[in-house]
Design a protein around this ligand. Structure first.
Ligand code: G3P
Ligand code: CA
Length: 267
């Protein structure tokens, strides 16, 4: 369902530090779209997640040979398309000619690799505001200026207040913040981080994105005391989700948004 009026949400306004003592509902973000049911990181996967009422979408970005920002998880196209090769070796036309759906099932044949602009267009026209979590994959393969070019696109779609840019490459986030100081960034990490709230503050990040097992309740409380949101990824089972919700984690990033939406009473 497309919206009729301008988006009004704000990522940074979702919860102020002073509000962290108030109970708020944990958001459910669809990891690579509704990826347990649809081919990950495709427009139908994102639209399906929006249709079931998620609060946010997560996606991964790379750059094509001819400079376009495209949405895919892996550095190579082999796993999720009918071809092989690195994304940086292929032009947008070549990437668009690939089938990004059939690996998931015959009824998904014909799905395309989307550009970031296509996803931004979809989300910016949606009838209810959601958070967009763009993960930069610049790291093992370096895509110069990927984050700032992505943010420029985000601004063209007037979505900077509902977007958070995350990465496992914290140096890239730090450099990006120097060129776009107002942008919301979040460091991703798999293992426990000492004083993650101080680390986030040093990066100028309003949130941290830890793996589900990389933190505990005390960390959530400390982050909230410092006005830092906690968005946990890899949350695909109900038992873990219930525990993190009880801790007040701000968002759960999941391949099963339908299941996690189902365990919450929603207004
Ligand atoms: O954003 C969390 C998660 O997407 C990070 O891991 O490998 O799925 O991109 P990965
Ligand atoms: Ca990701």
């Amino acid at each position: 369902m497309m919206k009729s009026s301008q988006n009004s949400t704000s990522f940074s306004r979702r919860r102020f530090p002073s509000q962290f003592n108030q109970p708020t509902q944990t958001e459910i973000w669809a990891h690579r779209g509704f990826s347990s049911r649809f081919p990950e990181n495709t427009l139908p996967a994102f639209e399906a997640a929006l249709e079931i009422g998620v609060d946010g979408l997560e996606l991964d970005i790379h750059r094509s040979k001819d400079g376009h920002i495209v949405v895919m998880h892996d550095y190579q196209v082999r796993r999720t398309t009918n071809a092989s090769g690195y994304i940086f070796e292929l032009t947008l036309d070549e990437l668009k000619s690939l089938d990004a759906g059939q690996w998931k099932g015959r009824h998904f044949i014909g799905y395309e690799i989307p550009t970031l602009a296509e996803v931004l267009s979809l989300v910016s026209h949606w009838n209810s505001p959601v958070t967009l979590n763009i993960e930069s994959k610049s790291g093992r393969i370096t895509y110069p200026d990927l984050e700032s070019d992505a943010w420029q696109l985000v601004k063209e779609y007037h979505m900077e207040h509902q977007t958070v840019l995350s990465s496992f490459n914290h140096l890239a986030l730090q450099q990006f913040k120097q060129t776009c100081p107002d942008a919301s960034v979040a460091p991703l990490y798999w293992e426990g981080l000492v004083d993650s709230w101080l680390y986030a503050e040093r990066l100028g990040a309003p949130a941290v994105h830890p793996f589900k097992n990389a933190f505990n309740h005390e960390v959530v409380k400390a982050c909230h005391q410092h006005g830092i949101r906690v968005h946990a990824f890899g949350v695909d089972d109900v038992r873990t989700a219930r525990r993190l919700i009880a801790w007040g984690v701000d968002a759960l990033i999941t391949n099963h948004p339908d299941v996690l939406l189902g365990i919450q009473a929603r207004p």
